[in-house]
Design a protein around this ligand. Structure first.
Ligand SMILES: C[S@@+](CC[C@H](N)C(=O)[O-])C[C@H]1O[C@@H](n2cnc3c(N)ncnc32)[C@H](O)[C@@H]1O
Length: 260
């Protein structure tokens, strides 16, 4: 708890992003990741392997951009930093554990960016979504873009803001779906190869292994067949409920543009 309060105080994070709850959400995720370290490990190892496989046969390795880099749990930072001339880590919040890891590499930079482009819209300073990737699209040195398990998280921040503060004028009823679709379209318009790693749904299972609930995380959108797939136990028994565990199927695409 003390570590969470200190994080809140010392993390560099724009006031807008603090006001919209992104810092608080990142700190909660950090705490959950620490509690669930052992059950998350197989997912993280598979994500690392998929990202490195996507990088393996590139003819050039100049810049690698990681979207949703967060705490760098499912991102093999050391391997990417040694393979690429430069690595750009993009997230709405980078907590100190990720900042300290990034500081070890001279060729790793951080960018604080709201990948939904909804910050001004939610704060009633705009009447539509911004294009968050516009600056990156100009960077012709990008050889690999990794979307690192952030796609289904993107609608959650705005949904939480609307639940707390109400719906801004002109906010569309299908905003979640638009945000997910815009990320998929947006990454495909970036230079370089696109490696997409995303969870797709939440499966709730009881101790007998029976599925008691399924919830789509892709806002009704469907994805092409993945190159690799695995299950991520996001909440083992006792984390979310004593007799239920939450499992997220994960899809990995090593070259998403070719599939999209
Ligand atoms: C499941 S975590 C991904 C974890 C990360 N890849 C890692 O290895 O630790 C989802 C990430 O999406 C980020 N995120 C959520 N909403 C975002 C937004 N609007 N813009 C940018 N990043 C966002 C969160 O901060 C978090 O780091």
């Amino acid at each position: 708890m003390l570590a969470e309060v200190i994080s809140w105080l010392v993390t560099p994070c724009r006031l807008d992003h603090r006001r919209l709850g992104y810092l608080g959400a990142a700190i909660s995720l950090w705490a959950r990741g620490s509690r669930c370290r052992a059950t998350w490990q197989p997912h993280e190892a598979k994500a690392h392997a998929a990202i490195l496989a996507a990088a393996d046969d590139l003819t050039q390795r100049r810049t690698c951009v990681v979207l949703g880099s967060g705490l760098l749990r499912d991102v093999p930072l050391k391997d990417l930093a040694s393979r690429f001339e430069s690595v750009l880590l993009v997230d709405v919040v980078h907590l100190w554990p990720a900042r300290l890891r990034a500081l070890r590499f001279k060729n790793v930079r951080l960018l604080e960016l709201d990948l939904t482009g909804s910050t001004d819209f939610l704060l009633n300073r705009a009447t539509g979504f911004a294009d968050p990737l516009i600056r990156l699209r100009q960077d012709t040195s990008i050889d690999l873009v990794v979307s690192a398990t952030c796609l289904t998280q993107l609608p959650l921040g705005p949904e939480a803001v609307i639940a707390r503060r109400g719906r801004p004028t002109h906010w569309p009823a299908d905003a979640g779906r638009r945000i997910v679709q815009a990320h998929l379209d947006g990454i495909c318009r970036l230079p370089g190869r696109i490696c997409l790693i995303t969870d797709t749904e939440v499966i709730t299972r009881n101790r007998a292994g029976e599925v008691t609930e399924r919830e789509d995380l892709l806002e009704g959108l469907s994805l092409p067949p993945p190159d690799r797939t695995w299950q991520w136990t996001v909440a083992p028994f006792g984390e979310y409920a004593p007799d239920e565990e939450l499992v997220h199927p994960v899809h990995a695409y090593l070259d998403f543009r070719r599939r999209h």
